[in-house]
Ligand binder design. Structure first.
Ligand code: FEO
Length: 170
């Protein structure tokens, strides 16, 4: 049985993963309507992954005798200055999610909830990979500059394929 405190913080993560999914959807819409179909595809796929992350928490809470709460939708930012600006926001958001997962790990250690701590290990690994892949993309965006954005947009699909082949991505 989940302790109330752990259930609450896991439900906070349900909200954050759900928001991540909507945020990436809003970003995908921006990319698709600004002539970056490759970036949009990457973001649509990312939005799907975040939905799966949310579901992992939902199922875990329910399995352990708690009750998952599906939150109201918060409207994500939908305007970006550039592709670089968009990926800076992705990185900032992923760093926020990493900190959030780490807070849950810290609480489970405090509460001696080793089952939840074990469940969270997948997310700890996933966050390292997500941050690394966004940093790789950001480096690439900075290198190509405005002139080669067309090629960058095509290349990003290759980066996506690499990320989906990694073990922590489900
Ligand atoms: Fe589910 Fe990208 O954090």
């Amino acid at each position: 049985m989940l302790k109330k405190k752990v259930e609450e913080i896991c439900n906070r993560q349900v909200e954050r993963e759900g928001y991540s999914s909507n945020l990436y959807l809003a970003m995908a819409v921006w990319a698709e309507t600004n002539g970056y179909p490759g970036v949009a595809d990457w973001l649509y796929a990312q939005a799907e992954e975040e939905k799966l992350h949310m579901l992992k928490f939902v199922k875990y809470i329910n399995e352990r005798g708690g009750k998952a709460v599906i939150p109201a939708m918060k409207k994500p930012v939908s305007e970006y200055k550039s592709v670089e600006n968009l990926f800076q926001e992705v990185l900032k958001h992923e760093e926020f999610v990493t900190a959030s997962i780490n807070e849950i790990v810290a609480l489970t250690l405090e509460e001696k909830d080793f089952n939840t701590q074990n469940f969270l290990q997948w997310f700890v690994t996933e966050q390292v990979e997500e941050e690394a892949s966004v940093r790789t993309i950001l480096d690439k965006v900075r290198l190509v500059g405005k002139n080669n954005m067309y090629q960058f947009d095509k290349d990003i699909m290759g980066l996506r394929a690499q990320a989906t082949n990694s073990p922590a991505t489900a």
